[in-house]
Ligand binder design. Structure first.
Ligand code: NAD
Length: 249
């Protein structure tokens, strides 16, 4: 049985991961880390240094503030890590890449199969439609989401941009007298209510519009993807992995 540590165990995604694991015969939750604690019946610590259990994998649905303490502990214990939190900075990404030389890390801003298919389709559409089409990304999430734009919106922008050799800049929202549109990719974040996650990529051309979109109807889909990644990651050699490595889309 694979023993998992959930970082952010007291949060909404932590609860979903516990639910998915409870219905899985190959993995169990050994303990958790959460600065705010948790009401679950297993040991939960407010920092990694206090963890006493031996675990086989970490699943992180907390926030970027947890990153450094978590990866230092993971390196010392040589425990692979699934990073599912979003909002990491460029510095954080450098730190993750460096740490992946000493421990296996699986990182994805979105663990749904559908979103990862969308990321691929967006590149194909950008290649097929060419520079005559303007690209706008609209993402919608619940009112409590901490970061904007979403990590998935950025991944979609990167995917579209890769069709143009990465030369397009990203413009987060527009306000005031902005003049005519440039060659940027526009990214727009909407926040409200309990929206789980909506992503729309619009290719607006001369007299026609192509729209590719994905709608998540429950958080469980992300938890299931992260648990699948955790099981897949166990036994892999040190390195940085993503959904492309696990899924055959
Ligand atoms: N990759 C994906 O597919 C995916 C899907 C959904 C959510 N997310 C991301 O997962 C994260 C959590 O989302 P949520 O909706 O569960 O949020 P949440 O606020 O409900 O839960 C976050 C939990 O992390 C804990 N936490 C905060 N700082 C911490 C730290 N330094 N150390 C340990 N624990 C800490 C909080 O106390 C809280 O219990 C967010 O970054 C969100 O964007 C990713």
């Amino acid at each position: 049985m694979i023993k998992a540590l959930i970082c952010g165990i007291g949060g909404k995604m932590g609860a979903n991961v516990r639910g998915v694991i409870a219905a899985d015969g190959e993995i169990e939750v050994a303990c958790g880390v959460d600065v705010a604690g948790s009401d679950c019946k297993i040991p939960v610590y407010d920092s990694f240094e206090k963890v006493r259990e031996k675990v086989d994998v970490i699943i992180d649905f907390s926030c970027p503030a947890a990153l450094r303490g978590e990866l230092e502990w993971a390196k010392t214990q040589h425990v692979p890590v699934v990073l599912a939190a979003t909002g990491y900075t460029a510095d954080d990404m450098e730190y993750i890449k460096a740490a992946s030389g000493e421990v296996a890390i699986f990182k994805s801003a979105n663990f749904s199969l559908g979103v990862n298919l969308l990321i691929k389709l967006v590149k194909e559409a950008a290649q097929a439609l060419g520079e005559g089409f303007d690209i706008e990304i609209i993402e919608k999430h619940h009112r409590l989401k901490a970061d904007a734009p979403s990590g998935t919106a950025l991944a979609l922008a990167e995917s579209a941009n890769s069709a143009y050799g990465g030369k397009k800049a990203y413009l987060n929202g527009r306000e005031g007298i902005v003049g005519r549109r440039g060659t940027e990719i526009g990214i727009h974040a909407v926040r409200g209510g309990t929206i789980v996650g909506e992503h729309e990529v619009m290719f607006a051309g001369e007299d026609e519009i192509v729209t590719l979109s994905h709608s998540a109807r429950s958080k469980r889909v992300f938890a299931a993807g992260a648990v699948k990644a955790a099981k897949w990651l166990c036994g892999k050699k040190d390195g940085l992995y993503g959904m492309d490595d696990m899924l055959k889309i």
